[in-house]
Design a protein around this ligand. Structure first.
Ligand SMILES: [Zn+2]
Ligand SMILES: [Zn+2]
Length: 237
């Protein structure tokens, strides 16, 4: 199953990623997709991109070969206070900002109250953040209901990350719990790949299956078209 717009993709600006931006765009084009967001890791991850990578995204046109290129980042939440690793200058041109917890930047297996406060503070102090990244990672258990309530109040969305099912412990059961809460609270989700190789761009079969299993409403899946996303996030098509 291929999603219309993949909002979480990486490029070989990081050494643990194996495709260039051009290769990712070519894959999206080949698969008939409408767009991708380029969302490389923030600079505090050992293999993250330099701040100039993000500020310079302003130089890109919105479309490359007919594919909408959304300027983005996957920033790191650095602590309980919700601080992130890009400043306002680097964030300024970005249209999609995913905030995530990664073990090198945030210690795993902390008390759930601590992790919950980190998410809530990150949402409160970083208005440019519009997607919560791999919230279901079992190494960062938290009060999902409290976090999702704040997501709803502030108009953010949650990703269901296809890559998580392979690499992040506990993701399947946690993502199911998160998706059930989103269904109950009416919170939109996006299906993303977190692709580190171009062939993976747009492929979200695992996440789609998880949503189908719980009869998740189609109208709450935002990235089934570029237009729906643009209307929700307020960027130009
Ligand atoms: Zn991540
Ligand atoms: Zn990622």
């Amino acid at each position: 199953m291929i999603i219309a717009v993949d909002l979480h993709t990486h490029t070989s600006v990081s050494h643990h990623v194996y495709s260039t931006l051009e290769e990712n765009l070519a894959a999206a084009r080949r698969k008939g997709m409408e767009g991708i967001a380029v969302t490389n890791h923030g600079p505090r991850l050992g293999d993250g991109a330099h701040p100039w990578h993000f500020s310079s995204l302003k130089n890109f046109k919105s479309y490359v070969g007919g594919v909408r290129l959304l300027r983005g980042a996957e920033v790191n939440i650095l602590g309980e206070d919700g601080a992130i690793d890009l400043d306002d200058y680097a964030l300024a041109p970005l249209e999609i900002v995913i905030a995530s917890l990664h073990t090198p930047c945030f210690a795993p297996h902390q008390p759930p109250e601590t992790v919950t406060r980190a998410w809530l503070n990150a949402l409160d102090r970083n208005p440019k953040v519009n997607i919560l990244g791999h919230l279901g990672d079992g190494r960062f258990k938290c009060d999902y209901a409290a976090v999702l309530q704040r997501v709803k109040e502030t108009g953010r969305v949650v990703e269901i990350n296809h890559h998580s099912f392979d690499v992040r412990p506990g993701s399947h059961e946690n993502c199911r719990e998160i998706a059930l809460l989103c269904k109950e609270l009416g919170i939109p989700v996006v299906l993303t790949t977190d692709a580190h190789f171009s062939d993976d761009i747009g492929e979200v079969a695992n996440s789609r299956r998880l949503l189908d299993d719980i009869d998740f409403p189609d109208e709450l899946v935002l990235n089934t078209s570029l237009r729906r996303l643009a209307d929700y996030f307020g960027f130009e098509v």
